[in-house]
Design a protein around this ligand. Structure first.
Ligand code: AMP
Length: 284
């Protein structure tokens, strides 16, 4: 496995290794890797000649400086995990390499419409502009044929699809299933920041999604949203930020209380200062 930190080294690796027609499957991450990330890299390795992963805690997607500062950084362990599954290339640049002074970034200024103003976009203003900026740059540098994103960040997956469409980047964006702990908690780098009591109870979020799915069978979208909100008021460990049921393809508000198209339930909740997100397809 080769680990590089500059654009020049990246270009040299490609020149030395990539023969005509060979493909790179790429997984962008912010590190503190877990089985969720590794499942994406494994799929990339299976479907391409080479698997590449980036590790970069992207400052432009953090609206909260404390969150950026406290974001876990475990580079040595990350590299050992990637090596153990046979990843070929890791790009781990410093901030100055991705954001050199004076670089023209206007190409990456995409308008995402309602996708950037609802849910994550509403509570983390500017977040998706930062995601689009870094992912667009990474795609231009790495030039993967395929890129793998977790459905854990459902809204992000739709934003990246729109980015690629708008910039005409020749990369296939592939969504991959959420990997969960045995109690149902979606794996996340942020889980490392939960204390023992919070961790013990954190399946509450997943259970709320399951409750919503069961409830929706016999009731309306708005009744189900209200049920989940109510469920959160019955306990004190987690504070609900939002729970929204949306059209799974567009994230638009469903146009009736009994829609026929696929629906996703998206949730964000705080355990103390730790913000956790999750989602589940609720219908069909
Ligand atoms: P992050 O390092 O949090 O930016 O995540 C990098 C990629 O891993 C994103 O595409 C995430 O959606 C994906 N990912 C994170 N957690 C999971 C999970 N539990 N299951 C599947 N994919 C995940």
């Amino acid at each position: 496995m080769r680990v590089v930190s500059t654009r020049i080294e990246l270009r040299e690796w490609k020149r030395a290794h990539l023969k005509k027609g060979q493909s790179i499957g790429f997984v962008p991450t912010m590190g503190a890797l877990h089985q969720g990330h590794l499942s994406l890299v494994e799929q990339a390795l299976k479907e391409n000649d080479f698997g590449a992963c980036s590790i970069f805690v992207n400052p432009t997607q953090f609206n909260n400086p404390e969150d950026l500062e406290n974001y876990p950084r475990t580079m040595e362990e990350d590299l050992a995990m990637l090596e153990s599954i046979g990843c070929h290339l890791v790009f781990a640049p410093p901030v100055t390499e991705m954001y050199p002074e004076g670089e023209d970034q206007s190409r990456y200024e995409v308008h995402y419409g309602h996708l950037e103003t609802i849910m994550e976009g509403q509570f983390r203003p500017g977040h998706f502009r930062g995601v689009g900026l870094i992912v667009g740059k990474l795609f231009d540098l790495i030039e993967p044929q395929r890129a793998y994103f977790g459905e854990k960040d459902y809204q992000q997956l739709l934003v990246v699809r729109k980015l690629v469409d708008t910039l005409h980047q020749p990369v296939e964006v592939i969504g991959c299933p959420i990997v969960r702990e045995s109690d149902g908690l979606a794996m996340s780098s942020r889980n490392l920041r939960l204390n023992t009591q919070q961790r013990d109870k954190a399946d509450f979020i997943y259970q709320s999604l399951r409750k919503a799915k069961n409830h929706l069978v016999g009731s309306t979208v708005s009744e189900t949203e209200a049920l989940v909100k109510e469920h959160f008021t019955s306990q004190q460990d987690f504070e609900l930020e939002y729970f929204i049921i949306a059209d799974a393809n567009s994230l638009e508000t469903p146009d009736s209380d009994h829609p026929k198209s696929p629906l996703v339930g998206c949730i964000s909740a705080f355990a103390g200062p730790v913000r956790l997100i999750d989602n589940m397809i609720l219908f069909p």
